[in-house]
Design a protein around this ligand. Structure first.
Ligand code: UDP
Ligand code: MG
Length: 342
């Protein structure tokens, strides 16, 4: 807890930028990131200084148990651009990000990790794409430097499974590092479900999207909060909150069993009729067991279908989001028309 806060100076232009509402907000979820914060802030404010728009940095302290909170507080005292959302406990990255998005005021909002794996120097490029009309600018990683092969393989498998199962395709190799326009942030803000799989939510809202490539650096300091167990759970969370596919498994398993049972029954009956069966009761027993098994599976599947509907309804999502509406302009009254009326 005796972490020393290094000396720090506010860049001269910073306060002059602080006029009116920020155009750009940078949201940073932080959980036990004491080692990375000073460097992150230094690099980030250097980048923000080069932009000619007023910007703000919203740090979300997600129940850190190290010196993250005092460091953030002192950053806020020294830099007028810094805002701080301190959550009451650890809610997890997804909810911390949502809290940051709710408090961001900018016309464009960038979400970035605190650990400097996402280079802040990419932000001007994201902003440029946004200026060119994109509502969502994704930063796609070119290389997964410093990540073990098991993590790379499991990530690939995950994107494959969820890509097949969900309706809104989830782009590969993009994390939460991205820029979103105000209307996308507002659309996301309308999705208040408890089980928040951000990648799924980002994909669900849609809107014109463009992609910027970058090289993902290894973690600057500290270690990833995502062990394999946590990643596995995140994958389960992602699949179960983004799709109802697992609920359909029983239906298809049941239908498959029923088909197999029917074929097998036919065989047993034909064989018994032609040659008789030495084991008394065996054909009828098999028939009953297989029939009941498949009937149960199908029934479970039916329950699953209804459960899936309840699940989707309880999320209370808007039915759709409109990217733009171009109303009809109406027919200008022509001279002929006016003439026939008079
Ligand atoms: N994080 C958070 N709450 C948590 C876990 C992580 O806010 O419970 C933040 C963390 O401080 C970092 C970001 O989420 O800024 C990504 O975390 P991490 O680097 O551990 O994940 P990875 O880069 O391995 O996906
Ligand atoms: Mg990280």
């Amino acid at each position: 807890m005796n972490y020393v806060i290094p000396a720090f100076t506010v860049p001269p232009g910073a306060s002059a930028l602080q006029t009116g509402r920020p155009v750009l907000s940078v949201v940073i979820p932080c959980h036990n990131e004491q080692e990375a914060l000073m460097e992150l802030h230094a690099r980030l404010s250097a980048v923000l200084d080069t932009l000619s728009q007023p910007a703000e940095i919203i740090f979300v302290n997600d129940g850190s148990s190290d010196a993250t909170l005092p460091i953030l507080q002192s950053l806020r005292e020294r830099d007028a651009r810094v805002g701080l959302v301190n959550l009451s406990r650890n809610f997890g990255k997804e909810i911390a990000t949502t809290a940051g998005l709710d408090h961001a005021q900018g016309q464009a909002v960038v979400v970035i990790d605190a650990d400097l794996q996402d280079p802040p120097e990419l932000i001007p490029e994201l902003v440029k794409e946004w200026r060119n009309g994109a509502d969502v600018v994704l930063a796609r990683r070119r290389a997964r430097a410093g990540e073990p092969w098991l993590k790379r393989i499991s990530a690939a498998a995950f994107y494959r499974v969820i890509g097949r199962a969900g309706q809104a395709p989830i782009p590969r190799d993009v994390g939460d590092f991205r820029l979103m326009s105000r209307r996308v942030v507002e659309a996301l803000g309308g999705l208040r479900e408890q089980h928040r799989f951000m990648k799924g939510l980002f994909a669900w809202v849609g809107f014109p999207t463009s992609v910027v490539m970058y090289d993902r650096a290894p973690r600057h300091a500290g270690r990833s909060k995502w062990g394999y167990w946590k990643l596995w759970n995140l994958a389960i969370e992602g699949i179960t909150s983004h799709t109802v596919m697992p609920l359909k498994v029983a239906t298809y398993l049941g239908l498959l069993t029923a088909l197999g049972a029917a074929l097998y029954l036919l065989e047993v009956v034909v064989r018994t009729l032609m040659w008789g069966n030495p084991v008394a009761g065996y054909p009828s027993l098999m028939a009953v067991v297989l029939f009941l098994g498949s009937a149960q599976l199908v029934t479970l599947g039916v329950i699953g279908e209804y459960l899936g509907r309840v699940f989707n309804e309880t999320k209370g999502r808007p039915l759709y989001l409109v990217e733009r509406f171009l109303p009809s302009r109406g027919e200008p009254p022509s001279d002929d028309f006016m003439a026939t009326r008079n």
